[in-house]
Design a protein around this ligand. Structure first.
Ligand SMILES: [Zn+2]
Length: 461
């Protein structure tokens, strides 16, 4: 009896000791989380930096502006006192909009010379700038309808008029439903002899601002010009077509693709004090479309990532593991920055523990998506109470981010998820400017990511 009792008693005391230690740890981590949140929200250093970056203007891959912004970022990381800062060279696609983009109704008496609010889609070919392209317009609402009307499409401009689906509680599924028309629409229409393609902007806002984004041509199918139209003018055009079936439009576009250009990922890190070879990546994409400032998409995600490192410095937290901030170039129209970093990670002998991406706007934090590794997911989920102090309500399994998805050897990948309701009001449009960033929402996002990075740094994965 005695023999059994002593080991049992020792085990009981040891368990008590462990749970007391765990409780103390949670208390301490909660204190750190509160300090991070307070520092982010009251000091707003990231928000100020975001303002500076947005003043440089949009950062389309290959543009002179993007290189200016890359220089700015490198200098900022150095000035903030990161342990190492470097540029990773990447060749990127170079597409330019140019100064001419117009779509004018020419054949209707009622609407003659009415100029529509449009913008070329990224990657589109241009037109002759004197004659342009003049053709009748055919309105299409689905792939099925395109296939049913394929014999009516020849020599016309196909107008994909598919409204943003507001039946989902979050907005990304609605974007997912329509984005295929933007990416493949021109080639699908050209297959049947179309001369041009118009896309109703994928936007949740009731204004007339065109929302752009990348489109691709399928090899062996003729390349036709592709544009986005503001949603008020999409409704207007639809109504005009109802009244006059033979209505004609003239398109003039100066956009063109130039040879690939030299660009760079911007990388800065704080070296780990105990496990320098274990790397936690945090980042966003540094390129944007050429409308607005690309403030939400994705200057915000980059500066939040940078602020994670800056918060560690401001609060004198020395990371055990290496925390690396990566501004990936060219996510919008090529992902070359993500691919290049993924190749670097595969070739290096560092151990990539995880990579976290912020690329869903600077809105109120709601959750983290964890990709693949179920043990990492369980561990991160167990930190729910601490993450909640920075506004995080859930941790789910699911997709992370486009750029980090190329880091194939990371143990797990994580996507930061803020509230999505207003993201597609701004996305890829002139609406996406710094004045539309709410400093509290933005800073709480920085804090949420910093708390997560802190926990991963202390506990591993
Ligand atoms: Zn983005």
């Amino acid at each position: 009896m005695k023999k059994i009792f002593i080991p049992f008693f020792a085990f009981f005391i040891f368990t008590l000791f462990l749970s007391a230690q765990e409780a103390n740890k949670e208390k301490y981590y909660s204190f750190i989380a509160d300090s991070i949140v307070k520092s982010a929200l009251t000091e707003q250093n990231g928000y100020r930096l975001l303002g500076e970056l947005c003043k440089i203007g949009p950062r389309l891959s290959g543009s002179a502006n993007s290189l200016k912004a890359i220089d700015w970022a490198k200098e900022k990381m150095k000035n903030l006192g990161f342990d190492s800062v470097w540029l990773q060279p990447v060749m990127v696609p170079h597409w330019e909009r140019g100064n001419v983009e117009s779509a004018v109704i020419i054949s209707s008496n009622k609407y003659k010379k009415k100029k529509l609010s449009i913008a070329s889609l990224g990657g589109s070919v241009g037109t002759d700038l004197i004659k342009g392209i003049t053709a009748e317009v055919i309105e299409i609402h689905s792939w099925k309808e395109l296939s049913e009307k394929k014999n009516e499409v020849k020599d016309k401009i196909v107008f994909f008029n598919i409204p943003f689906d507001n039946s989902f509680p979050t907005t990304f599924p609605a974007y997912g439903k329509n984005v295929g028309y933007r990416v493949q629409g021109a080639s699908e229409a050209a297959k049947h002899g179309a001369k041009g393609m118009i896309l109703r902007s994928i936007s949740s806002r009731n204004d007339n601002v065109p929302h752009v984004g990348v489109m691709h041509y399928t090899d062996s199918i003729p390349q036709i010009p592709a544009i986005a139209i503001g949603i008020k003018d999409a409704d207007f055009l639809s109504e005009a077509l109802n009244r006059e079936l033979k209505l004609k439009l003239q398109l003039k576009l100066s956009c063109k693709t130039l040879p690939d250009a030299q660009s760079y990922n911007v990388i800065g890190e704080l070296k780990g004090t105990e496990f320098p070879n274990e790397v936690i990546v945090i980042g966003g994409h540094f390129d944007s479309w050429d409308k607005g400032d690309g403030a939400h998409d994705d200057a915000a995600g980059c500066i939040q990532s940078l602020e994670v490192l800056d918060l560690f410095k401001r609060l004198h937290i020395k990371p055990k593991r290496t925390i690396r901030c990566v501004f990936f170039i060219n996510e919008e129209n090529g992902s070359r920055g993500g691919i290049a970093y993924g190749e670097y990670a595969a070739a290096s002998n560092e151990k990539h523990l995880t990579a976290i991406e912020s690329d869903r706007g600077a809105f109120t934090p709601v959750g983290f998506m964890v990709d693949k590794d179920s043990l990492s997911f369980a561990k991160i989920s167990s930190w729910g109470k601490i993450l909640e102090r920075a506004g995080i309500h859930w941790v789910k399994q699911g997709g992370s981010g486009v750029d980090v998805s190329y880091i194939k050897n990371a143990k797990c990948l994580i996507g930061y998820v803020p509230d999505s309701q207003r993201y597609f009001d701004y996305h890829h449009s002139a609406n996406d400017v710094f004045s539309e960033i709410n400093p509290r929402e933005f800073e709480l996002g920085s804090a949420a990511m910093a708390v997560l990075v802190y926990l991963i740094d202390r506990e591993g994965l």
